[in-house]
Design a binder for this molecule. Structure first.
Ligand code: ATP
Length: 866
């Protein structure tokens, strides 16, 4: 049956569902088994084997393998048993390297997938007579769903009822203007998708109104499923830093390659065995070309992303992690983010009378005011196990609760004065209206922000204005309640018609205390050179009072309204921008203007939002933060970050993590490049001075695998230094080698090279080439292991605690263990072309490998590194 071509009732019957009770669990199970999950098919994932093969796409690895094959053939020809070890070991090391590569890739992928799962969309359905929230993928045909503004439509569905419903169907039809929906019409069979106004379609969004609908198609059977071949689930993981590093890696790679060619030519000129020098040059290229940098950065980023998730900040786009660290402006909503969103009604004013504190025996006037306000509210208070549980908008539940104190119960008055129509609340209008039948008359009740309602009410409102001012100064949110009588309910109702010519009934004032943790977070922000700004839909005076309590608003600052902002020219705004810390009664367009104004001053702006209309400003901001609890699907999908607890402090935590992750990436990059330069320096200079290659190919590859890659990843897990929030935000364009990291890397590389050269020279003098190689191997390998500890912090190791990074301890123990195995276990030593040393040479080598720790401790004490 074509759902758009029949009435909702027929569709529900055909699908054996029930408008009020929905499906029962047996039906759901049967349909899930029959139709499968409600999701689009994902493109096939790469298998581990495919990933493994991908690791061999690197040209240098292929050359190395080719070289191994050649050396294998030479060994066969020469019939020399030990000749087989080298190619076999190279093969083994290359395979191990590839395994580590696959491991890293999987780790990054898994944590990103886990994040995707944390943000799986959910839907509100009625099943077994009860309203439930379920994962969207478990929806089945026949389910009765509820939709409201900001929701993603979870499946194709026939509307049963719709209130001022509009849907943005651009994803499906390309039409960018949201289309009006109507549940009661029946559409011709052949009508195009865009004209089927009694249907809503999966993948589109609700931009306005509310609706109840019955699901008519799920998964690949939806219209979206028919046109979308396969859903590409891969997250875009390329961050600007990764791109920059990939470019850097390429340049350094070319440089390393040139050096390798030079080394090769030098070797040939000096008459060294071609095979040996060729193998060394290729192995050096494989070890020293930093082609793995972007992958390691992904791993470090994804470790950070996991850590942020544990603190309730879900990152949706990897580049956001990087940008977070540079955040210099945080624009935050007030209600729920900076305040607790636990509203309590404390005062009420009946037009013309005196304000009253809310108690359990308010005057009859106030009781009437509360009754009207409750009739115009959707929030309710349920009593479960003797406890009161608020369901819905806290602004409304606070009104319902004040009514209960005075013996007015929502269920009872709703029965007595039934609701005939509603125009839902939205942050643009800042009002909500209903039509109820009261004592046989049709009464429109509107509640909303006083300043918007003022122009829509009749009579002199001077006294009410004063009351609003007074309540606002006490940090109260003030809601006005007004009404009018109408004769008939028109067919086409809109706000201008309904919400005009009203009579003000009174005002209610509610308190919403600031969040305790927000105060501390704002203090941290300021110390970290970040300016917090409050942007709210609330009244300017209320907003300013709360901003003062929180420390956002300081003496000399300004609090302005959206109207005042609109009246400002670009130049005026540019001039005033630094001084405005509160924007009240703003519209979504105002938010974009504020973001752009700060961005013009080269600031990185983070902006919070929850509604449908916030999506553009979330996108415009450098970091869009959506609310996890109160946020709409649309806002979440536009944002870079979702705050699972809607809390301002979480943004500040995320910024801290962002800064920490960036400094960890710097550490990892510094460590890897430093060690690579060390390897190149050792080989180059020993070829120059001794005319021999200081390390055999497998020795070089082993060091690269065991002492480079493993500690590098572990460094990425380093705990965040508390000091990161004592510094100013990192400028957007600052390169990764800023603050002397570049120089540091080169000097450290020279130090590794120098120390290994000393070892090589000493070994040569005391025992010949194999002894020299063994000593150089020990010093180069172990000094890198030791150096991993140096790179943990710019503070002394003894200050931060030598063994406080447990992951690094394990990685280093493994690296050192594998190194010791090769150094001390005789058969393995031999296979690697090394030899056993007298105890004093071991001791000397170990001492040399320890030197980086001593040097770096001195450098740190002299504060030469930043
Ligand atoms: P923020 O933007 O900081 O979250 P806010 O909650 O005040 O602040 P909105 O939700 O856009 O922002 O509300 C704007 C104004 O609309 C409120 O100040 C209040 O006057 C009015 N308002 C809020 N909720 C309702 C409601 N349920 N019914 C009627 N009016 C409301």
């Amino acid at each position: 049956m074509l759902a758009h071509n029949h009435s909702a009732k027929e569709v529900i019957e055909d699908l054996k569902s029930d408008e009020k009770k929905g499906l029962d669990s047996a039906q759901v199970k049967e349909r899930l088994d029959r139709d499968g999950l409600n999701k689009l098919k994902e493109s096939a994932k790469k298998t581990n084997f495919a990933k493994f093969l991908d690791q061999f796409k690197d040209v240098m690895i292929l050359i190395l393998l080719l070289a191994a094959v050649v050396s294998f053939i030479v060994a066969i020809m020469e019939q020399h048993l030990s000749g087989f070890f080298e190619p076999l070991l190279i093969l083994l090391i290359v395979v191990l390297n590839a395994v580590v590569g696959v491991y890293q890739e999987n780790k990054a992928e898994k944590s990103l997938e886990a994040l995707m799962n944390m943000t799986t969309p959910q839907s509100r359905v009625i099943r077994d007579g009860k309203e439930e929230i379920i994962d969207t993928q478990n929806l089945v045909v026949g389910d009765i769903i509820r939709l409201e503004a900001g929701d993603f439509i979870p499946a194709d569905a026939r509307l049963i009822s719709a209130n001022a419903l509009k849907s943005d169907e651009s994803a499906l039809t390309g039409e960018s203007v949201p289309s009006d929906k109507n549940a009661s019409v029946i559409i011709e069979e052949k009508e195009a998708l865009g004209d089927r106004i009694n249907m809503v379609y999966s993948g589109c969004t609700i931009t306005n109104g509310t609706a109840v609908a019955v699901v008519s198609a799920t998964g690949m059977n939806t219209e979206m499923g028919k046109i979308a071949n396969l859903l590409d689930s891969a997250i875009d993981t390329k961050t600007p830093l990764q791109e920059r590093l990939a470019v850097l890696g390429k340049y350094l790679g070319i440089a390393a390659l040139i050096i390798c060619v030079v080394i090769f030519v030098m070797g040939i000129v000096d008459g060294m065995p071609i095979m040996e020098i060729f193998m060394t040059a290729v192995s050096l290229a494989v070890s020293a070309i930093p082609e793995g940098l972007p992958v390691i950065v992904t791993v470090v980023l994804s470790i950070g992303v996991e850590r942020m998730a544990r603190q309730n900040a879900i990152v949706k786009k990897l580049p956001a992690v990087e940008t977070l660290g540079s955040t210099s402006i945080i624009c935050s909503d007030k209600t729920g983010t900076l305040t607790q969103n636990k509203m309590t009604l404390v005062k009420a004013y009946y037009e013309g009378a005196e304000s009253e504190a809310i108690s359990d025996h308010n005057s009859d006037d106030i009781k009437q005011l509360l009754t009207y306000a409750i009739l115009c509210s959707d929030g309710s208070i349920l009593v479960e196990d003797g406890k009161e549980v608020s369901v819905g908008d806290p602004t409304e539940t606070s009104i319902v609760s004040a009514g209960m104190k005075n013996g007015i119960f929502k269920d009872e008055i709703n029965k007595e004065y039934p609701r005939l129509f509603e125009l839902p609340f939205d942050s643009d209008r800042k009002m909500m209206s209903v039509i109820n039948e009261i004592n046989g008359k049709k009464i429109v009740i509107t509640k909303g922000a006083f300043d918007v309602m003022e122009g829509r009410c009749k009579g002199d409102l001077k006294k009410a204005e004063q009351v609003v001012e007074d309540m606002s100064k006490e940090a109260l949110r003030v809601i006005a309640v007004a009404y009018k009588e109408i004769d008939t309910i028109p067919d086409d109702i809109d706000s201008d018609m309904l919400e005009n010519d009203l009579t003000l009934l009174g005002l209610v004032g509610m308190i919403d205390p600031p969040r305790e943790e927000a105060k501390e977070a704002i203090r941290v922000c300021k110390k970290a050179g970040i300016k917090p700004i409050m942007i709210t839909g609330d009244h300017v005076v209320t907003a300013e009072v709360i901003a003062r309590q929180l420390g956002i608003f300081n003496e000399g600052d300004r609090a302005i309204t959206g109207l005042e902002l609109s009246a400002m020219s670009e130049e005026e705004l540019d001039q005033q921008l630094e001084h405005i810390s509160v924007y009240a009664r703003v519209s979504p367009e105002d938010k974009i203007r504020i973001v752009r104004a700060w961005q013009k001053k080269d600031k990185i702006v983070s902006m919070t939002g929850d509604g449908v209309n916030d999506a553009p400003s979330l996108k415009a901001a450098d970091i869009g933060c959506a609310m996890g609890i109160t946020g709409t699907d649309v806002a979440k999908s536009a944002a870079d970050l979702t705050l699972m607890d809607d809390n301002f402090a979480t943004i500040v935590e995320a910024v801290k993590e962002g800064r920490g992750i960036y400094s960890n990436i710097r550490r990892v990059v510094g460590f890897l490049l430093g060690t690579n330069i060390g390897e190149i320096a050792l080989v180059f200079f020993s070829m120059l001075f001794w005319k021999v290659s200081p390390l055999l190919s497998m020795q070089l590859l082993w060091i690269n695998l065991v002492t480079d890659s493993m500690p590098a990843i572990a460094l990425g897990t380093e705990a965040i230094d508390g000091d990161v929030m004592n510094e100013k935000p990192r400028p957007k364009k600052e390169g990764i080698f800023a603050h002397g990291l570049g120089v540091q890397v080169v000097l450290q590389g020279i130090m590794f090279g120098g120390l290994s050269l000393i070892a090589f020279h000493f070994g040569y003098e005391h025992g010949g080439l194999t002894t020299a190689r063994t000593m150089a191997f020990i010093v180069l390998g172990l000094s890198q292991v030791h150096h991993a500890f140096n790179m943990r912090s710019n503070k002394s190791l003894f200050k931060i605690g030598v063994f406080t990074n447990k992951t690094l301890n394990k990685a280093v123990a493994l690296s050192a263990g594998l190194m010791l195995l090769v150094i001390f276990v005789p058969p393995i030593t031999e296979i690697f072309g090394l030899t056993q040393l007298p105890i004093d040479l071991y001791a000397f080598s170990w001492f040399l490998s320890f030197v980086p720790i001593i040097v770096l401790e001195i450098v740190k004490a002299l504060k030469l590194v930043k």
